[in-house]
Design a binder for this molecule. Structure first.
Ligand code: R5P
Length: 292
């Protein structure tokens, strides 16, 4: 097995290669003056099982394109098998049309990845389980729930909260795992993408709320959920969110939000984060998947 690190996740790639006692080749990524990408992998991939590591996080379009070009490079170099290890699958949340005749972007990206030559797709916490069906190849959609649960001592004063109906399945698994009650917030987005939350199905009053979600991007969903739960009498709020996209002024808003702490994973690397945030390493999770 040879690991090829895309530009999004070089640190995780190097650590994983070390722990698997295999080599890590760092892709050379340059661009023409019009931003067209040009990638190069220096080293032989002939007859090797090649693991391409790349999160399609910001800049999402460049990271997607880079991954496609790396897969094509590996295929043309005669790799025996190409595994795309994509800790964060950017575009994954667009898993259905958001308006009549709108695109299903996650499905298109899945098709492009297959066309580029990948044989197996490993990722963490897809936005929806049905996204696995966009691929015809083997998909391993890893759950961080056990890692989140390890940071907690569940008590009967805790309740798991899903910030929207779409996340209910994930929240149900978390609440079953911890043996806790479950609540769900009614969230809807207007056509501009702004979300509004009107009520909670469940009883957060007097409880330590554990919000679980797949993505924190602008923080709009999480922070509105926190305000609603506080208004309904929540004692404290802790959030467990797999992918820290953290775009715009999300980190600034986090400081003032009525949220006690936020646990994320390192599916997307960040140089430095708020003291309110704990980052869980997914290395053992993806290593286990690679060996299976
Ligand atoms: C939505 O369906 C997702 O599960 C997340 O709740 C959403 O993408 C988070 O985005 P933001 O932080 O911008 O509200």
């Amino acid at each position: 097995m040879i690991i090829v690190a895309g530009s999004s996740h070089t640190d995780l790639s190097a650590r994983l290669a070390k722990s698997l006692s295999t080599s890590c080749l760092f892709a050379r990524v340059r661009s023409f003056s019009d931003q067209e990408l040009r990638v190069q992998i220096e080293g032989s991939l002939y007859n090797e099982e090649v693991v391409l590591i790349q999160s399609t996080c910001k800049p999402a379009n460049d990271h997607v394109m880079e991954l496609l070009l790396l897969a094509d490079t590996a295929k043309r170099a005669g790799a025996a098998k190409i595994i795309a290890l994509v800790p964060y699958f950017g575009y994954g949340r667009q898993d259905r049309p958001s308006y009549i005749h709108g695109p299903i972007s996650a499905s298109l990206i899945a098709n492009l990845l297959e066309t580029s030559g990948i044989d197996r797709f490993i990722t963490v916490d897809l936005h929806s389980k049905q996204t696995e069906g966009f691929f015809k190849i083997r998909v391993q959609n890893l759950s961080p729930i056990a890692l989140f649960a390890q940071t907690l001592q569940p008590t009967r004063s805790m309740i798991v909260v899903s910030p929207d109906i779409g996340g209910l399945r994930r929240a149900q698994i978390f609440s079953d795992y911890l043996g806790l009650e479950l609540a769900v917030i009614h969230k809807h987005r207007d056509p501009s993408g702004t979300c509004a939350m009107s009520h909670v199905i469940g009883t957060p009053a007097g409880k330590e709320c554990l919000i679980i979600d797949d993505i924190i991007d602008t923080g709009d969903t999480l922070f509105k959920a926190c305000h609603l739960l506080k208004d309904q009498g929540a004692l404290s709020i802790k959030a467990f969110i797999t992918h820290g996209v953290l775009s715009g002024n999300c980190l600034e808003k986090l400081e003032y939000a009525p949220l006690d702490s936020l646990v994320i994973t390192n599916t997307i690397p960040h140089p430095q984060l708020s003291k309110k945030i704990t980052v869980i390493d997914i290395e053992t999770l993806i290593k286990g998947a690679l060996l299976n």
